[in-house]
Design a protein around this ligand. Structure first.
Ligand code: KG4
Ligand code: ZN
Length: 353
């Protein structure tokens, strides 16, 4: 039995390392965000992300391993995100994980980043444990700067994609809107903050794909409409009404996300829902989701922010569970842009170490 794994996450712009137990207990989670490095460009620059990972990853691993009295002796396996993500970022994690697995003679497994987000609610630590009522099957809305997907989750490895974005991710829409308003990256956080004093009904913003009953998402129409609106108003109006603009835009995104969640709950008769990814921090998304849960008697689980944004703990959770089912990856493990969770056959099930 694999008791404790070292997990590495470098799929986008957060370098993250964790130690996770077989029961989902997070013994260590240390991350280095790169927001400041990307801020001048208003978005993640892949080359900068990859370079920063290669500078921060090894010191972070050292730091995490040193917290254990027995150091490497206490670690029984290495888990790494190998898909999907920015290839230049993924490769830093994958090459490091493979080297460590070889040098330390430890079993290795590559994990799908999205599967990590799905299982984030089950992580535990000294100050968080999931509600005991929360169980399979559940609906998982993974909503961040890179993804907006609604899954029906029946168990580890058993998923149905109910809907996904046809263009931008919701976080990306928030960030682009922030950029239009001249707010610092990542704009989502600032838009949420400014919305607190704004009027949600001050401006009209369209809600994508709400008329066709689909569980897919689309934010490109909203983005174009926001662009047109911002260009049509004076700089003074923009400054004066920035809170109203933010609150109205946020309302459109939050209503869209939670309406799809409502439709999925009704269609699939599911009692448990979870929201993960950076956008789950959004105050209006939370408010609307909580109201939906109350109205329908659902158990809603939004993990703490440290497990919602990109982090290695969620990757470790999936890795340790898969390893304890006998799954392993071999040293041919490669980074991949592949999103599809259904193609997640382990790379090598025949040679458990
Ligand atoms: O999960 P995450 O850290 O990384 C990705 O996988 O993208 O999510 C980051 C995204 C960014 O787009 C950021 O603007 C958005 O989450 N975000 C928010 C809020 N906090 C973070 N969007 C809206 N409201 C927030 N409070
Ligand atoms: Zn993510």
């Amino acid at each position: 039995m694999i008791k404790l794994v070292l997990a590495i996450e470098t799929s986008c712009d957060d370098t993250s390392v964790a130690l996770v137990g077989h029961d989902g207990f997070v013994h260590q989670l240390q991350s280095a965000a790169q927001d400041l490095a990307h801020r001048p460009f208003g978005g993640v620059v892949p080359e900068i992300a990859g370079r920063n990972h290669s500078e921060t990853l090894l010191p972070l691993i050292d730091q995490v391993v040193q917290t254990q009295e027995d150091g490497w002796q206490s670690i029984n396996g290495i888990v790494v995100t190998n898909r999907p993500g920015l290839l230049g970022s993924l490769i830093v994690g994958v090459v490091t994980a493979k080297s460590l697995a070889m040098v330390k003679n430890l079993p290795l497994i590559g994990v799908n980043h999205l599967e990590g987000h799905i299982f984030a609610p089950f992580l535990k630590d000294e100050s968080y444990a999931p509600s005991e009522q929360f169980d399979f099957p559940f609906l998982s809305l993974a909503v961040s700067g890179g993804h907006t997907t609604l899954y029906l989750v029946n168990g580890l490895g058993d998923y149905k994609v109910l809907g996904t974005t046809r263009d931008d991710a919701a976080g990306e829409a928030f960030d682009k809107f922030g950029k239009m308003l001249g707010l610092p990256f990542p704009g989502g956080v600032q838009v949420d903050r400014l919305s607190q004093n704004g009027n949600r009904a001050a401006y009209y913003f369209p809600k994508g794909l709400l008329e066709d009953g689909s569980l897919d998402f689309s934010f490109s129409g909203l983005k174009s409409s926001a662009q047109r609106l911002i260009q049509s108003i004076s700089r003074e109006e923009k400054q004066k009404n920035i809170s109203d603009l933010c609150a109205s835009f946020q309302e459109s995104v939050a209503q869209t996300l939670v309406t799809k969640l409502r439709w999925a709950v009704e269609k699939y008769k599911i009692k448990n829902i979870s929201i993960t990814g950076g956008v789950s921090a959004n105050s209006r998304v939370r408010e609307l989701a909580e109201a939906l849960a109350q109205e329908k008697g659902l158990t809603l689980l939004i993990p703490p922010l440290r497990y919602c944004t990109d982090n290695a703990a969620m990757i470790g959770y999936v890795g340790v569970k898969r390893m304890n089912r006998g799954e392993r990856s071999d040293l041919k493990l490669a980074p991949s842009p592949e999103y599809n969770l259904q193609n997640d056959a382990p790379t090598d099930e025949s040679s458990p170490t």
